[in-house]
Design a binder for this molecule. Structure first.
Ligand code: HEC
Length: 159
């Protein structure tokens, strides 16, 4: 009977597709010995500031609760974006300089809106509102951090 093996095969494929989290997991595995070129990079990768000041996030973030870490947990340590897990049908878009501030490719699946400026990016990260005023999917956590940590993160995202 075809169906008896087809279902597990399909589920298995879906699971593997949801697992392109490899680099992020490896990166966190190295956490203890990792060094960062800037505080902004550190926040991006780990969700923690070198100053020790608190960075918090709220939101559904099931993926993040499983994986821990900072922006990289969902957007990838290479900033190229990732599928979430277990909601592998959701995509955390790329956060490269180019995709945020320059071309801002409308093909990345979250609606056509303008490229980011510093203030609209803050609004997206802190309040989950995109430049068109539309709420981001609630798989994107809403972040809170000190002004100086935000400036460091912004500088990193602009790099
Ligand atoms: C739990 C997973 C998760 C984490 C962690 C996360 N994000 Fe996101 N982020 C998303 C998802 C999913 C979206 C897409 C939302 C949508 O499509 O509406 C998103 C969207 C965004 C966007 C909008 C991008 C665009 O092209 O419009 C920005 C900016 C962003 N995230 C920045 C960050 C930053 C900065 C951090 C770390 C401080 C972070 N995110 C951490 C899941 C995450």
């Amino acid at each position: 009977m075809v169906n008896q093996w087809l279902v597990p095969v399909l589920l298995g494929t879906a699971f593997v597709a949801g697992c392109d989290m490899g680099p992020g997991m490896i990166m966190r595995g190295e956490g203890g010995s990792a060094s960062y070129t800037s505080n902004g990079e550190r926040i991006y990768l780990t969700g923690a500031s070198e100053s020790g000041s608190t960075i918090t996030s709220t939101g559904r973030g099931i993926h993040q609760r499983m994986m821990g870490g900072g922006c990289a947990a969902c957007h990838g340590s290479d900033r190229q974006g990732r599928r979430l897990m277990p909601q592998f049908w959701k995509i955390a878009p790329p956060l490269t300089r180019d995709s945020l501030f320059e071309t801002h490719d409308d093909g990345d699946g979250h609606g056509g809106h303008q490229r980011y400026a510093d203030e609209s990016l803050r609004q997206a990260v802190f309040w989950g509102i995109d430049p068109a005023g539309m709420p981001l999917d609630d798989n994107m956590p809403r972040w809170s951090m000190s002004e100086s940590d935000w400036q460091d993160l912004l500088e990193y995202l602009r790099s």
